[in-house]
Design a protein around this ligand. Structure first.
Ligand code: HEC
Length: 205
């Protein structure tokens, strides 16, 4: 390549980087300026509206919206199903039979056991995130849920932190987004795991 071409190429790249950065700034300015987990203020922001819509479109199970904040449920579904990858570890098996995308399937989730846990990672087993009889996801109220995500607090093994769960990443979410995740998990049907973890795993859980 000639020197001149290389120079103009790198100028192009530099311009693209600047343009990208500017878009980023503009987007950031568009975010939920007031959404910080105080229970109000999911504004009519375009970006969040499209996430809410997409969230409802991709939820793999029927949702119980009774007494729930609809926008939070939709956004929570978007975070859980399009970004968080919770299904990979918390649904066992993760995909409906014949739908495994790694084997050519369309990736439809295993709705019957959706987020009910039961996947073994060595001695650690993923927990059931679906609502208990009182409607609390994983049996946690929102304060406890925040504590789990922010600090990795393991209620079943006092004094320890969760060893597999990627809480060091999820804890970077805003209170607002975690509230949305909680609201979504409160709206999914109760389910039981579709796999039985090996004895060794279950025993040391
Ligand atoms: C890499 C696998 C993995 C992913 C991805 C994952 N989890 Fe977990 N999670 C686990 C495992 C395993 C445990 C329990 C044992 C441990 O981590 O030591 C757990 C525990 C939890 C707990 C604690 C429940 C309780 O009763 O104490 C909550 C809540 C939770 N996960 C929520 C989520 C949510 C919400 C997402 C998606 C945003 C998610 N997890 C994604 C593996 C995962």
């Amino acid at each position: 390549m000639k020197k001149k071409t290389i120079l103009s190429l790198s100028l192009c790249v530099a311009a693209a980087v600047v343009a990208f950065a500017l878009v980023g700034v503009a987007r950031a300015g568009n975010g939920y300026g007031h959404g910080n987990g105080h229970g109000h203020g999911m504004g009519p922001d375009q970006n969040s509206e499209s996430k809410v819509k997409q969230g409802f479109a991709i939820a793999p199970v029927p949702l119980n919206l009774e007494g729930k904040n609809r926008a939070w449920v939709g956004l929570g579904s978007y975070i859980v199903n399009a970004q968080g990858g919770c299904n990979d570890c918390h649904t066992c098996p993760p995909f409906a039979e014949g739908h495994d995308p790694y084997a050519g399937g369309d990736g439809a989730a295993n709705a019957a056991n959706y987020l009910a846990g039961g996947t073994a990672f060595g001695p650690f087993v993923s927990r059931n995130l679906t609502p208990d009889a009182s409607g609390k996801p994983a049996g946690l109220d929102f304060t406890q849920f925040l504590d789990v995500i922010r600090h990795g607090t393991d209620d079943e093994n006092p004094g320890q932190v969760l060893q597999v769960m990627p809480w060091p990443v999820y804890r970077q979410m805003t209170d607002h987004d975690l509230r949305a995740v909680y609201e979504y998990l409160s709206s999914i049907p109760h389910a039981e795991p579709g796999c039985t973890p090996p004895e060794s795993a279950a025993a040391s859980k």
